[in-house]
Write a protein that binds this ligand. Structure first.
Ligand SMILES: C[S@@+](CC[C@H](N)C(=O)[O-])C[C@H]1O[C@@H](n2cnc3c(N)ncnc32)[C@H](O)[C@@H]1O
Length: 207
């Protein structure tokens, strides 16, 4: 693990709802640049957790993989507890995600298994995960039609909800809003989830 950067006022949590991402490890690895666009998971994880020559303390990332024959897989990365992730390039990060999927084989609904230090896998749905996070996080749904991020006040535990290239289902949004999620925007340009993460970090870094 590389040296930590300092002066971080908040915990930052990111949830990537990867609607097209397969829960089979080989299909995940084969999905780079294909319809599943599994590179999105690696890019988002990289930009959430790392800066040049350091990692960002206080960051937790949940990747929720939803293209499945049984249950969604939610992989939790706690950067402060992670030791050697084996590199931060696309291949290394996808290998770590694939490892978590292999560990999760045969799990029943809503089970949790440790993968390696700071990484765990759960058979938990996006909806269930967000319900849990709503208890002690301030939820933000990233949406081009939301409140400009500059105008938004942040507490100590913001949690940002993003999707891969497939949008959040419209019918899911009222449920998220009932849990307190507020829509915030980074401008009119449609960005990749990984680019949103960089801009969110930058905005919070300025506060
Ligand atoms: C590539 S976009 C999703 C594209 C998808 N076709 C759609 O229409 O939502 C990936 C994620 O980034 C978020 N996003 C993209 N641009 C944004 C922006 N300018 N402000 C806030 N969130 C943005 C989206 O809401 C989504 O969660």
């Amino acid at each position: 693990m590389r040296a930590a950067i300092h002066c971080r006022p908040t915990m930052r949590t990111f949830v990537l709802r990867a609607r097209a991402a397969p829960t089979d490890s080989q299909a995940l690895l084969a999905g780079v640049g294909q319809e599943a666009h599994t590179e999105i998971l690696a890019h988002t994880l990289m930009n959430a957790c790392f800066v040049a020559q350091a990692h960002r303390p206080g960051v937790v990332v949940y990747l929720v993989l939803e293209s499945t024959a049984d249950f969604s897989r939610t992989i939790r990365f706690d950067i402060d507890a992670m030791r050697d992730i084996g590199g931060f390039d696309e291949r290394a990060l996808l290998a770590r995600i694939a490892q978590a999927l292999d560990v999760s084989r045969g799990m029943g609904k809503d089970e949790t298994r440790d993968v390696t230090s700071g990484v765990e896998v759960r058979t938990t749905s996006f909806e269930r995960l967000v319900q849990t996070l709503a208890v002690d996080h301030q939820l933000f749904l990233m949406d081009r039609k939301g409140t400009p991020i500059r105008e938004q006040a942040f507490g100590q535990a913001p949690c940002f909800l993003l999707t891969d290239h497939i949008p959040m289902p419209k019918k899911a949004i009222p449920g998220l809003e009932r849990l307190g999620a507020k829509k915030i925007t980074l401008g009119r340009t449609m960005l990749f989830a990984s680019q949103c993460v960089v801009l969110i970090h930058h905005e919070l870094d300025q506060r």
